[in-house]
Write a protein that binds this ligand. Structure first.
Ligand code: ADP
Ligand code: MG
Length: 270
C-alpha cells in the first residue's frame, strides 16, 4: 500500500467524492486455520480498471471469489455498488442476505475465469442467452438480439451457431466475456483470462478487454499481462502473501516499484 491516502470512502467523504463501485475493507479469509487474505483494503471507482498482480498463492483468486459469493469472508467487509456483499442493511441492523438477495446481487457481478466453462452442448449464442432467458426472464427474441450484438462486440458475429469445441480457446474466452456482459453487470471480474490460451490467441482477448475498459466498464483483472496492465489499468495492485504490498497508477507501480517484492515479481514476469 502506498500510504494512508487509499481511496476508501470514509465518513468524512463529501458529496463531491466519487463513491467507489467496489470497496474492500480489511477483508480476511482463512482456509482451515490458514489465513490467505490478511486484511485486504482497496477500492475501484466506477469506470475504473484495476489490475491485480502477484505471485501464485498470494490470494488473488480467493479475493475475487469473495467478491462474487463463491467464498465467504471471515472478517472485514466488501461492498459493490454501495451494497454490502452478502449482507443486507435494514435500518442500522445488518442481516445475512437470503438466497434470493444473494442471487440478485451476484447477477450484477460478472466473472470470467481462466477456463472458459462454456456449456459444450450449446452454441456460442445459446451460451450467452441461457442466463438472460432462464434467470432474468428476458424474452427469447430479445435475448437473442442482444446476444448477437454482444457476439459482434467481441468480434464473433459469424460464429453464433458454433459449438465450443469448434472454437479456439481465444474465441471461447470471448464468448465467455459476452456471456458475462449479457447479464448487464455493474462490475466485471477477470481471473487470469488469458493464462490458459496459446500465446497467439491472447491478443484478441486482451483487445476485447481494452475495448470494454474504454467503454467505461468497471473491471478487476487478475493478470500477468504487464503490457495490458500498463495500458489499460487505472490502478495496479500488487498482492503477496495475502496482503496488498503496494498499489497505485501503473506508471508508479510498474515503472518504479517501491517494494523489493514487487520488483522481484515484475522481473519474473516481464
Ligand atoms: P492466487 O490466485 O493468488 O494464486 P489463491 O487465492 O488461489 O491464490 O490461493 C491463496 C492460498 O489459498 C493458496 O495458498 C491456496 O493454496 C489456498 N487456497 C485457495 N483455495 C483454497 C481452498 N478452497 N481450500 C484450501 N486452501 C485454499
Ligand atoms: Mg489464482
Amino acid at each position: 500500500m502506498t500510504g494512508a491516502g487509499q481511496a476508501i470512502s470514509t465518513p468524512t467523504a463529501t458529496h463531491t467524492t466519487v463513491e467507489p463501485l467496489l470497496s474492500a475493507l480489511k477483508v480476511r479469509k482463512s482456509y482451515g486455520g490458514v489465513e490467505v487474505l490478511k486484511g485486504i483494503s482497496l477500492a475501484v471507482n466506477p469506470g475504473q480498471v484495476m489490475c491485480l498482480l502477484g505471485p501464485s498463492g498470494s490470494g488473488k483468486s480467493t479475493f475475487l471469489r469473495c467478491i462474487n459469493h463463491l467464498e465467504r469472508i471471515d472478517g472485514g467487509r466488501i461492498s459493490v455498488g454501495g451494497e454490502l456483499v452478502g449482507y443486507a442493511q435494514r435500518g442500522d441492523r445488518i442481516f445475512e442476505m437470503n438466497s434470493r438477495e444473494v442471487a440478485r446481487q451476484r447477477r450484477g457481478i460478472g466473472m470470467v475465469f481462466q477456463r472458459f466453462n462454456l456449456f459444450p452442448h450449446m452454441t456460442a449464442l445459446e451460451n450467452i442467452t441461457a442466463a438472460p432467458i432462464g434467470v432474468r426472464r428476458i424474452s427469447r427474441q430479445r435475448a437473442k438480439d442482444r446476444g448477437l450484438e454482444l457476439l459482434d462486440r467481441v468480434g464473433l458475429a459469424s460464429l453464433a451457431q458454433s459449438y465450443p469445441a469448434q472454437l479456439s480457446g481465444g474465441q471461447q474466452q470471448r464468448v465467455a466475456i459476452a456471456r458475462a456482459l449479457a447479464m448487464d453487470p455493474q462490475l466485471l471480474l477477470f481471473d487470469e483470462p488469458t493464462s490458459a490460451l496459446d500465446p497467439e490467441l491472447v491478443g484478441d482477448v486482451l483487445d476485447v478487454m481494452r475495448t470494454l475498459a474504454a467503454d467505461g466498464m468497471t473491471m478487476v483483472v487478475v493478470t500477468h499481462e504487464i503490457g495490458f496492465a500498463r495500458g489499460a489499468a487505472d490502478v495496479v495492485v500488487f498482492m503477496d502473501g495475502g496482503v496488498v504490498v503496494e498499489s497505485g497508477p501503473p506508471a508508479e507501480v510498474l515503472e518504479n516499484p517501491q517494494s523489493p517484492r514487487t520488483r522481484a515479481f515484475l522481473d519474473s514476469v516481464m
